[in-house]
Design a protein around this ligand. Structure first.
Ligand code: DC
Length: 236
């Protein structure tokens, strides 16, 4: 008897620029569906942090690639453990984000992380959050969503997050700094030669500037239903 081909794992790819709400939306969807989640940005942040811990300059491409290939990392119940240390908070800093955007431009680093990212596709399904989920990592994803929002709105969201965390800094100048940083990161992520930030041809683009988180989640759920990825009665 010919064994049947393994049933492919459904993947929903959520791509978009920094601050477009990908992370929050991906978490909410994965939670609702009981699916796995891949926060691919965290992997680039981890390579940047590990590089810093090992005193590697951001332009030492060969060493950063080797580091990415052998990265000792575990995702444990929402915590991120790097080389035995809980770095869940450290990797969320603005500095780590900026460094991540630089290491993410190194083709060898992206190659080294490819299989590691694909291994997250486990049953019953995966919500994959990043910049190149629909274009490079999961080109056959059942559903590809590309979230956008104006740079000003994204800066405002990030600013409110920091304010909530009561970060002790001058918040007015911070908003301007964040906007500048977001624009610089957009430019770097979109103009790099390997896997630049762009919507896949078959992606559905959603502008979230004027939408609440709930509205975006509902919209993605409707697209999932339309593709037969979710039973209507599964919806809360
Ligand atoms: O989503 P994030 O802010 O955690 O991502 C940090 C950086 O990593 C971002 O500036 C670009 C890079 N990145 C990437 O190049 N490809 C991905 N799939 C995810 C993130």
């Amino acid at each position: 008897m010919i064994p049947s081909a393994p049933k492919s794992i459904p993947v929903v790819a959520i791509d978009g620029p920094s601050g477009s709400g990908k992370g929050t939306i991906a978490l909410r969807l994965a939670d609702r569906m009981g699916w796995h989640i891949l926060d691919s940005g965290a992997l680039y942040r981890l390579v940047a942090l590990a590089g810093q811990n090992h005193s590697l300059p951001l332009d030492d491409e060969a060493s950063l690639e080797a580091l990415a290939r052998h990265l000792d990392v575990q995702f444990l119940g929402g915590k991120v453990i790097l080389e035995g240390e809980d770095v869940s908070k450290t990797i969320r800093s603005e500095e780590c984000g900026k460094n991540a955007s630089m290491v993410a431009a190194i083709p060898g680093v992206r190659r080294a992380l490819l299989e590691r990212q694909r291994a997250f596709a486990q049953g019953p399904g995966l919500v994959a959050d990043g910049r190149d989920m629909g274009t490079v990592v999961f080109p056959d994803a059942e559903l590809k969503i590309f979230l956008t929002a104006s740079a000003e709105e994204r800066a405002k969201r990030r600013y409110n997050q920091l304010k909530e965390k009561e970060i002790d800094v001058n918040l007015r100048s911070l908003l301007e700094d964040i906007l500048e940083d977001i624009k610089a990161r957009d430019a770097r992520d979109s103009s790099r030669r390997t896997a630049p930030l762009r919507a896949a041809e078959d992606a559905i683009e959603l502008d979230t500037t004027e939408l609440t988180i709930d509205q975006v989640v509902e919209s993605v759920i409707r697209h999932m239903s339309a593709r037969g990825l979710i039973e209507v009665e599964n919806q809360k």
